[in-house]
Design a protein around this ligand. Sequence first.
Ligand code: CP
Ligand code: NVA
Length: 308
Amino acid sequence: MRNFLDIHTTSQAELRAMIDQARAMKTARDGLPKGTTDAQTPLDGRMVALIFEKPSTRTRVSFDVGVRQMGGQTMVLSGKEMQLGHGESIADTARVLSRFVDLIMLRTFEEATLLEMAEHATVPVINGLTDASHPCQIMADIVTYEEHRGPIAGRKFVWSGDGNNVCASWLHAAGQFGFDLTFTGPETLDPDPRAVEFARSRGSRVEILRDPLEAAKDADAIVTDTWVSMHDPESARERRHNQLRPYQVNARMMGEAKPDALFMHCLPAHRNEEATSEVMDGPQSVIFDESENRLHAQKAILRWCLGV
Ligand code: CP
Ligand code: NVA
């Protein structure tokens, strides 16, 4: 039984095996109708709980479809409608769910909630996003980068904007997959120093620059995300917009990167805020491949967790 809680707490060899399996499983499904099962159904007889304490489109649908394609069944649970949202402890929820289901995917606020669920569950737990990280997204993004441009090792990624949960997982991935990451954004929104330290400790070059055009120079990929995350207070919106406007990914910024640089965004996006529609819909953008690859990456993660 294995939990998939974060990229920096999973071994490099296991991460690489999951990426490669995701790509193989994607190829194997090529041309199959969406609602059919895979040729092999390793999740036959398995029940998976998908718990959401925050909204979701991609995570919810990709996990649900992925489990079903592998022969398993899902139940999608909203935290608010569970006793969890009305005072039952995380530990007791974990113990109870473990009697009914074979795996728990949790999207929640504090990282501590995820860790407590994993500690008390007797079935694998997958991180479907916390305030601190979003590892499933970045696994899908690595699949996406490599299918377009080959090995990610040695590349220069640029993160422009808020140093948020998705940025932290990119930093974890930089350390584990051997690429460099330049962060550009306002100082008050710098990434989690623990994630920066992790990437550097593994030999990645991590730069923090305030000038977005200088940062974008020679990038192999430019990545951004919403300026206001689900865990950010609504009252911070205006200030964040003012601070982050210079970090919008637009044609000028893309022009500083390598000519074959990719534009990446985990979505959902706020068009013409963190990135222009021109870039999002342009030839360098792979945003919808990133969404599709959630399915393939998470199928590999589910199999690894369940050992099937
Ligand atoms: N990227 C992502 O996790 O999207 P959802 O919030 O729609 O799940
Ligand atoms: N940083 C965003 C990612 C959404 C998928 C958030 O946490 O809201």
